[in-house]
Structures are given as C-alpha cells and as structure tokens.
Design a protein around this ligand. Structure first.
Ligand SMILES: Cc1cc2nc3c(=O)[nH]c(=O)nc-3n(C[C@H](O)[C@H](O)[C@H](O)COP(=O)(O)OP(=O)(O)OC[C@H]3O[C@@H](n4cnc5c(N)ncnc54)[C@H](O)[C@@H]3O)c2cc1C
Length: 382
C-alpha cells in the first residue's frame, strides 16, 4: 500500500477545521473495526476520523508505506510498472484507491473574477477568521457549500449562496437519522448495474447534510432563515459581474420533489417491513421558499463581495496514471471497479458497485468483490 502522505491523509490535510462527518458514528465501520464510543448517533470530528483510520491501519496490519508518492503507472507485458518517489515496483495488478476528491473542481470563468476578490476552495479554507471582513459568495449548495455558508454567515459576514442542482435531505426523519433510513430501506445497497442512469448517479452532488450535536437540518430554508441570500446557478462573468441563472423556482421544486419521493420510498419500506410502530409518524417538509426577487447579477468590483468560496465539487487526479483508461471528463473507465485494462482495479469512487461506494462504510462490500475479481485475474494469468 503506497501513500504519498500519512495514513488518513485526506482527513488530515484537505478538510476545514469545523468539519464533522455527515455520517453518524454507528455507521463509521471498516472490516473488523466499528465505533464503540458513548455516542453512536454523533458525528466524528476530523481528529476522531483520523484516529479511527489510524486504528484500522494498526489492527488490520496494513502494509502501508507512507511518504511514498506514485509518480507513474505503466502497462508492461506481465502487469504494471509503478514508479514511486522511493523507486520502482513491478507488479501483476494494481488497485487505484487514490480517492475521488483529490482536487477542487472550479469553473473556468473563475479566471475572469476581478483580482480584488479573494478566491478559496474547500482545500484552502480553514475557518472564517482567515478571511477578511465583508461579503462572501459561496458557490454550490451541496454538503460543503451549505456547511460553509452557515459557518460564514454565523461569523457575521453577509453570505450570498449560488444554488445549482442539489439533493435536499432532512437530518432526521420520523425520529431517526436520515442515513439510518437510507441504510435500512436498502437505498445505499442498490447495486450499480440496477441503476437506470448510472452516469447521472455517479455525478450526483452530495446531500445537504451536516453532522452537528443538535442533529439539525441544514437545507436552504434553514440558511435563508439565518439571513443567507440565495441566488441561482452562477453561469458566467461579464465585465466584472457575476451572472446567475434565473431558474431558482425550478431548481427548488425539483429538489423538493426528489426529497418527497425519497421519503415515500422510506414510508413504503417501513410499511412493508412492519417498522411503522418502531418509528415516528410520517413527516412532510415545507417546500423550499423562493426568494421574492432573487438577484440575477452581482458586481464583483463594487466591494460588496470580498471573497468567493468555490464549493463546486471535487474531482480525482490521475495525472500519474500512464494507462489510457481516463475518459474526457477525467473519470476512470471501469465496470464495477474492474478498470478497462486487465489487472487494473479501482475502489472508493462514487457508485462504484453500490450507492454507498464512496462512503467509509461502503468500502467493505466493494473491496470484497473487487478483490475476488482481482484474485481470479491472477489465477487465470498463472
Ligand atoms: C469534504 C468531504 C467530506 C466527506 N464526508 C464524508 C462523511 O461524512 N462520511 C463518509 O463516509 N465519507 C465522507 N467523504 C467521502 C470520503 O472522502 C470517503 O469516505 C473516504 O475518504 C474515501 O477513502 P479513500 O481511501 O477511497 O480516498 P481518500 O480518503 O481520498 O484517500 C486516498 C489516498 O490516496 C493518496 N494518494 C492519492 N494519490 C496518490 C499518489 N499518486 N501516490 C500515493 N498516494 C496517493 C492520498 O494522499 C490519500 O491519502 C467526504 C469527502 C469529502 C471531500
């Protein structure tokens, strides 16, 4: 196992200070290791996640070589040649587990933002105090965007949130964590080859969730009630002005509709599985309120916006992979983790084999099946 940094590198280096997992503690499990502390319904801080993964590395006796950067992987007759910062390794198979979120994805029009406005990504953001005073434009309303918008607004900086397609979810539903419902009703376990539009499922943004001790819902209504101004999807920069799409009503009603459908799925499962008496009564939530006059543009040179936080998602980095298996969108071509090159495998990517694939608790089932495939490959190749 080659790791360029330390064990749990992404949790140590690439997250902001206040972040907690959005998955509850009882769901933090890896093969042979589960959370056994006093607060199964709580959410781990980054320090706690790092400790958890370090503990897993120790109990599983994972042969990790830290501080070893993989600089290139090339195909050879018998397998692959791996060039690392500490020398060459020849091997018959390679598992790419380098993560789905190595780089922030920032739209190209960021280059046209006036230089007077500070620009940050979630990799550079640590806490509000590191930003100057003044207005902040947070771009993207998925898990990262809603969490940073709330934190910045609470710090006293007026926040404008640019909202595109998003996945709305209540933190709790009928008295249970919404991720309990996702697991119990079988949504998380849905296999990749039973999903109608797999490409879309793999590109779906993260749900609007935050892990706080109060288990609060952080949807757009909650943000608006805190004073966050909602604007549409950021489409372009023209003459120093940010131009936003006018389709907020449609974007909101689509997210509301999908949330209702998800809750219907949970209710149907509870009825069919005889769980109705075990949980609270069904709930439905107020539609997302459309602001009466959402602004369509903001003058970035006026001084109103001092900083922009790009919470526009993440992408993997395969710059070191010298095998032609990356598509035009920068994603690995694979079938359930078997990459389009014999003996090359992937783990930890969105909906790799199931909806839960890119979550900590999702890796175990995927790893078992991918390694089965790899073992067969090695056996056939003698
Ligand atoms: C902001 C954020 C919040 C998240 N919150 C949750 C959550 O609440 N719950 C949850 O279950 N999941 C969450 N996730 C998803 C989380 O990333 C995955 O669950 C988990 O980190 C995936 O583990 P991984 O080992 O596949 O990838 P990573 O954690 O990304 O690890 C990949 C490792 O590969 C190393 N690496 C990369 N390239 C090279 C190279 N060329 N040479 C050597 N080493 C290399 C990196 O240093 C890194 O340590 C979150 C993700 C993000 C970005």
């Amino acid at each position: 196992m080659l790791e360029r940094g330390e064990v749990a590198n992404s949790w140590r280096r690439e997250r902001w200070d206040s972040l907690r997992l959005l998955t509850p503690n009882w769901q933090s499990r890896l093969p042979g290791l589960r959370y056994e502390g006093p607060d199964p319904d709580g959410y781990m801080t980054m320090g706690e996640v790092t400790e958890f993964i370090e503990r897993f590395a120790a109990v599983s006796h994972a042969p990790v070589r830290t501080g070893t950067n993989v600089e290139s992987v090339r195909r050879t007759d018998g397998g692959y040649q791996v060039t690392t910062s500490h020398g060459e390794i020849g091997c018959r198979a390679v598992v790419v587990a380098s993560g789905a979120c190595n780089q922030p994805a920032v739209p190209s029009f960021a280059a046209a933002v006036p230089g007077s406005v500070e620009q940050l990504t979630p990799f550079g953001y640590r806490d509000p105090a590191k930003l100057g005073e003044g207005g902040v434009l947070v771009v993207g309303a998925s898990a990262t965007g809603v969490q940073l918008a709330a934190e910045l607004q609470r710090s006293g900086r007026p926040v404008t949130l640019s909202v595109g397609e998003h996945v709305r979810m209540p933190r709790t539903y009928r008295g249970r964590d919404v991720l309990w419902w996702m697991a119990a009703s079988g949504v998380w376990d849905q296999p990749y080859d039973e999903i109608d539009d797999l490409t879309r499922a793999r590109r779906l943004p993260s749900p609007q969730l935050v892990g706080t001790p109060e288990r609060r819902t952080l949807d757009l209504n909650a943000l608006a009630s805190m004073g966050v101004e909602l604007v549409g999807r950021w489409a372009a920069v023209r003459d120093g002005r940010a131009l936003f799409s006018g389709g907020l009503r449609n974007v909101f009603s689509l997210a509301d509709l999908k949330q209702r459908r998800l809750l219907d799925t949970f209710d149907e499962w509870a009825r069919a599985d005889g769980q109705d008496a075990e949980v609270g009564p069904p709930e439905r939530f107020a539609p997302t309120a459309v602001p009466p006059a959402a602004r369509l543009q903001v003058d970035l040179a006026s001084g109103e916006i001092r900083a922009i936080v790009w919470a526009t998602g993440f992408r993997p980095d395969y710059g070191w992979l010298d095998v032609p298996v990356v598509d035009a969108k920068g994603q690995l071509r694979h079938e359930g983790g078997a990459v389009d090159s014999p003996g090359l495998y992937a783990l930890g990517l969105p909906v790799l084999r199931r909806r839960k694939s890119s979550f900590i608790f999702g890796i175990e089932d995927d790893a078992r099946e991918v390694i089965d495939h790899l073992t067969r490959h090695l056996a056939v190749r003698g």
